[in-house]
Design a protein around this ligand. Sequence first.
Ligand code: ATP
Length: 694
Amino acid sequence: DLFVYDVQESPWPANEPAPYSFLVHALATLSGTRSRTIILNTLTNTLRALLNWHRPSLLPSLYLLSNCLSPPYSSVELGIGSSVISKAIQHISGLTSSALRRLYNSFGDPGDVAFEAKSNVRTLVPHPPLLIVAVHECLLKIANSKGQGAAKQKQAIVEKLLVSAKGEESRYLVRTLSLNLRVGAVRTSILTALARALVLTSQTSLGGPDRDHSPYHATSQLISLVQPPAAEGKKVSDPAREELHEKFIQAEALVKKVFVQHPNYEHIVAGLFNGGLGSLELHVPLTVGIPLHPTLGSPTRSLDEIYDRLGDLPFTAEFKYDGQRAQIHGERGVNNGNPSIHIFSRHLEDMTTKYPDIVHLVKCIFREQPQLQSFIIDSEIVAIDPSDGALKSFQELSNRPRKDVEMSDIKVSVCVYAFDLMYLDGEVLLTQPFRERRSLLRSRFPPFLPSDKGAGRLDHVESCESEAGKDAIEEFWQKTIKSRSEGLMIKLLSGGAMQEDGKRKPLPATYEPDKRTSAWLKLKKDYVVGLGDTLDMVPIGAWHGNGRKAGWWSPVLLAVRDPRNDCLVAVCKCMSGFSDLFYKEMVAHYSEGSDNCSRQPLWETNTGGFRPDVYFRPHKVWEIRGADITLSPVSLAALGLGSSSRGLSLRFPRFIKTREDKSPEQASTTDFLAQIWKDQQGQSKATAGDADDG
Ligand code: ATP
């Protein structure tokens, strides 16, 4: 439900910088709820107060709420180990190391430990309140402390912060430093709240505040930022509510659209302050050098299903190469100087220094094409045999070092298989149909094999058009099966109407950042047998192994993401597909008592009826294949989506590989699990129907 709460007076002395306690209050509220309404209202009203009363605090607050310091593509990282944090807590609290260890043993969470340790400290001279802006600056200083003596510098900054922190502030400071904020706010909620806050801030037509209330001085009063009691909250009449709702929807769509094309809070906030929502797109456009969120594909199980869904809409079937997704940005230098080149991962990290051979390739392309000014290409980088260009496995590619690679050290040759063009010479191409984008890609970026040894290659993806007929597509599929590719990517060439849930729905062939679109369908070779798609799951716990596996973790408890409750929820135990080496690495990585493995559940996960011996810090994503999805008496995953009384589980799960390119935020969701379950149900019904007919 919607609560509009007019803030007549500043929650802190007017126009002075916002205190950190204000944000901490919001964080505490967020961590105490799973309700999306409360999360959104808390975030909206928090951001709104900042917009009203101290705008310079808005940007640092967005970063602090997201528990990051900068956009994903800039490599600003806190780089602070748990020992530095522990030493700082010990130093400011005067606790002995064994007393501190006892606190860790009973609380587990470093934030809770800091809170407890600090609660026994008497301060004689009161410290001035911590400010949001200052906390963010300190975190940046920590990130920028490098080289000799960095650990000491970092510790000194943490101590300074902790000395000034009061009450709950210590808990959330340390959780922020440990990169485990434990609040259920994700990027989408923050963007939605930002949009709503902007609408409400510029909203004057609602009649203004309808009652007086005392300013939010005391922290406890801030709770009303969430959901004021009916008498206190301003009741919005129905027409006004509808109007506001409409404005929210428009603003949310706009802010999200801008963010997925230009994921940089700093630029967005500056754009908003410069021209408001109205000119946000103009101020924060798609920009070469800043990665956009990629389009993603939806899984299908067979060519028949693809024809059922797309009907006679024209599509192309492309090889789904097994490599690493790469967004390549290039811009000619001023006065024909060195071009600026960036290569971004699927996860928007800058991996330019991993691929000097591709940087070299792009430089060659700029040299060959004097008219080319700028571009953004979507592609898959694949390991190849340099002698004949034959595709090699993903494993070969993963043998390449991750960064700062020198040309002379390159042992694995690569080819860039380009499949989309989002930007060319100053023109954004996202809204053009794929047929147009592809034709520009093909004509402006022909296959390129630099004559220099060691430079990467550029090629177009191998493909086959639906216009060539069903037999040709079937033949292409057979070719895919024999090839080293993962399967097919089926892409709509021009927009039309598709078949979904028995209805025809409009389907554009535009480039859709951050969407798992039905205009891109993937058909993996393994779909044909077993489960339709692999799942990207997060290991969240384990049991002690027996027999041959004594001393190792087996089985491991796997979870998917529950977007409704913003948490991970356990699905199944997995004990197959791991090599002995992998088991050993797992024991080293998740060693009991380390930051990654604890006897108590320290991390925000829902284990349902599973009771593992230990809990893992949920930070890895594994690709898992299974036989099928079943209803489970112990899993709570997708409860209410598949069945009202039971969760869903995965039968015969098998580990395929670690998804280095994904974070738990991008793990498969409960909705995805439920969708596979529903598809499976539909299929078994269809099979039963066929049998009856026969
Ligand atoms: P998956 O786990 O199946 O690779 P994903 O979630 O990483 O999926 P999807 O968009 O669902 O991403 O699947 C497409 C992925 O396949 C892309 O991210 C890309 O890395 C890879 N790929 C290989 N060849 C192509 C191609 N021709 N077109 C698009 N993507 C391709």
